[in-house]
Design a protein around this ligand. Structure first.
Ligand code: C2E
Ligand code: MG
Ligand code: MG
Ligand code: MG
Length: 284
């Protein structure tokens, strides 16, 4: 009897594995087509200051599948990373991001644009040269471009990664440490990196009340950031109380989250009469 049940579990397990593998194969095939047929879209999510004005946006890729609708990056980015497709996809995202930055209204408004860079993409031998060419070709002010990198990216081939960061810094590009606080590196190590911004991870923001454990940590991180003159962006701000608490601690903080705006198509942001005004946000 026990043996019979065990066999059933193994069977169910291998079926689940096969389904996952099948899904990945479909995603990989689909991503090839998506790249060829222009199914990717550039979305942006505003980052607002204490006055509720948009000062910068984060570029976020979306895949508009003809049958399945909008596919979540959490689902396809890992597949893109494993298959190397994140390289052409990342090239596309960087190109769109630079085009957005070169839009006259974005330039005149002095908006910054952040873009996520994954490890495989960053570790390409020609990444620095590629980005340099793109910056020249699109004529953007590189100091308005922020590359969002994660701690795990920087832990692979550390010396090479830091060398690349230094080369890109020389072009003017900024670096943000994304999902800050979720990794395992010491603060001392992280603070030695050539970064200009930290993004407090959503997990810290979610249960943020003046008395919570997380509050003590966030307050400490804000002090460290201040000491290093780093920009701070809080991710996943959904409630007014969270924003108020963060802004009371650090008036210069930028907030990104559903409270202010959901990600919206970059083209839609560009259509707003005032890119920093309330019409430039999508709050439903
Ligand atoms: P991330 O860089 O940490 O981006 C923030 C994610 O939080 C976005 O999810 C955003 O839609 C979501 N978010 C924003 N505000 C809120 C909020 O108030 N509440 C909640 N619950 N979520 C909020 P998204 O767009 O699904 O992207 C997920 C992840 O996929 C990103 O995390 C990033 O790591 C990756 N990703 C997205 N676009 C790209 C890209 O172009 N290239 C690469 N390499 N990775 C990307
Ligand atoms: Mg990010
Ligand atoms: Mg993040
Ligand atoms: Mg993330």
């Amino acid at each position: 009897q026990a043996r019979h049940q065990g066999g059933g579990q193994v069977h169910a397990y291998s079926e689940a594995l096969a389904a996952t593998a099948q899904r990945r194969i479909e995603l990989e095939k689909g991503l090839h087509v998506a790249l060829q047929e222009g199914q990717l879209q550039l979305f942006v999510q505003p980052q607002v200051d204490m006055m509720g004005r948009v000062v910068s946006v984060e570029a976020l890729v979306r895949w508009q599948h003809p049958v399945n609708g909008m596919v979540d990056p959490a689902e396809f980015i890992p597949v893109a990373e494993d298959t190397g497709l994140v390289v052409p996809m990342g090239d596309w995202v960087l190109e769109q991001t630079c085009r957005l930055l070169s839009d006259p209204r974005v330039q005149q408004g002095g908006y910054r644009v952040s873009v996520n860079v994954s490890a495989v993409q960053f570790q390409q031998a020609g990444f620095v040269r590629k980005l340099q060419e793109l910056i020249q070709r699109t004529g953007v002010d590189a100091s308005r471009l922020t590359l969002e990198v994660t701690e795990s990216l920087l832990l692979q081939e550390v010396e090479q990664a830091i060398q690349k960061m230094v080369s890109l810094r020389a072009l003017g590009v900024h670096f943000a440490l994304d999902d800050f606080g979720t990794g395992y590196s010491s603060l001392a190590y992280l603070m030695r990196l050539p970064i200009q911004e930290i993004k407090l991870d959503q997990t810290f923001i979610h249960d943020l009340t003046p008395q919570s454990h997380g509050a003590v940590l966030v307050e400490a991180l804000l002090m460290v950031a201040k000491g290093r003159a780093l920009r701070v962006v809080a991710e996943g701000v959904e409630h007014k109380a969270q924003a108020q608490l963060l802004q009371a601690w650090e008036p210069g903080i930028l907030c990104q989250g559903y409270l202010f705006s959901r990600p919206l198509p970059a083209s839609e942001w560009l259509q707003a009469p005032d890119l920093s005004g309330p019409q430039a946000l999508r709050t439903w």
